[in-house]
Design a protein around this ligand. Structure first.
Ligand code: PEP
Ligand code: MN
Length: 275
């Protein structure tokens, strides 16, 4: 099992194959995609406020967790199916698509009924039965990189999905654990650029979990787009100080228009647009 040389030697750059989420909306084109919303679905009003703000800036995808992988069992674990219902309801009201996490194999059929994109979390990147379960569907999947996983392990995890038939895969760099403690994780911009070279899958960046600090999300997002990311998964909350999860890294919804303006400046440099 000596695959490292393959990664170290320059391989021919792969063209990104767009993943069609709907007939008129794809990820991995010249359009860089925003997926925004709260870490967790907490209530109808909170999620609806996020959906309204995302729609107002022309965003297409609402994020929000209904099944939450929390470090402590005492933390908020998510609203489960009620959360999925809320997400679908408010997304439909504003004409948005939904991305949400499937935490366990038994949740996959349920999550697939409500979501347009199934998110597989960092802690589950090598949960092979879960990879196989989403691999049996044709529903688009966003595969987050394990925070202690190598790029090769990440790409191999994607192969577990594709080997079961589902090619509608997006990769998500969400920060890795390093020696640094000033930030929650370290955004691996190398990985964004290299994953774009080595795989045909669109690469999304999550500057929220990569930094763990609201004040670093914007600069990290700029860096991710400069490295070639095809989209951003970003946590926004109507009231971050009172969020039930990840409030410290969530941007207030009121800052979403400014965030989009800043991203448009970056994508314009690279001849891309931002949606
Ligand atoms: C999330 O997106 O809220 C999440 C739990 O992310 P990760 O799996 O990257 O920690
Ligand atoms: Mn979160």
């Amino acid at each position: 099992m000596n695959r490292l040389p393959k990664l170290q030697s320059p391989a021919p750059t792969q063209a990104t194959k767009p993943v069609h989420i709907t007939a008129d909306f794809a990820v991995g084109s010249s359009d860089v995609v925003l997926m925004a919303g709260p870490c967790s679905v907490e209530s109808y009003a909170q999620t609806r406020a996020a959906a309204e703000a995302v729609a107002r800036v022309g965003g297409r995808v609402l994020r929000g967790g209904a099944f939450k992988p929390r470090t402590s069992p005492d933390s908020f674990q998510g609203l489960g199916e009620t959360g999925l219902e809320i997400l679908r309801d408010v997304a439909d009201e504003f004409g948005l698509l939904v991305i949400t996490e499937a935490l366990a194999v038994e949740h996959v059929p349920l999550v697939a009924r409500y979501a347009d994109i199934i998110q597989l979390g960092s802690r589950n990147m090598q949960h092979y039965p879960l990879l196989w379960a989403v691999g049996e569907l044709q529903k688009p999947v966003l595969l987050k990189r394990g925070f202690m996983s190598t790029i090769e392990e990440w790409l191999k995890a994607a192969e577990h999905i594709s080997s079961r038939g589902n090619q509608n895969i997006m990769l998500c760099e969400r920060g890795i654990r390093t020696f640094e403690t000033a930030t929650r994780n370290t955004l691996d911009t190398n990985a964004i650029a290299l994953a774009k070279q080595l795989s045909p899958y669109p690469v999304i960046a999550d500057p929220s979990h990569a930094t763990g600090r609201a004040d670093l999300v914007l600069p990290a997002a700029r860096a991710a787009l400069a490295a070639g990311a095809d989209g951003l998964l970003v946590e926004f909350h109507p009231d971050p100080a009172n969020a039930l999860s990840d409030g410290q890294q969530s941007l207030p919804l009121s800052t979403l228009p400014h965030f989009v303006t800043e991203m448009e400046k970056v994508t314009a440099v690279f001849g891309r647009t931002f949606t």
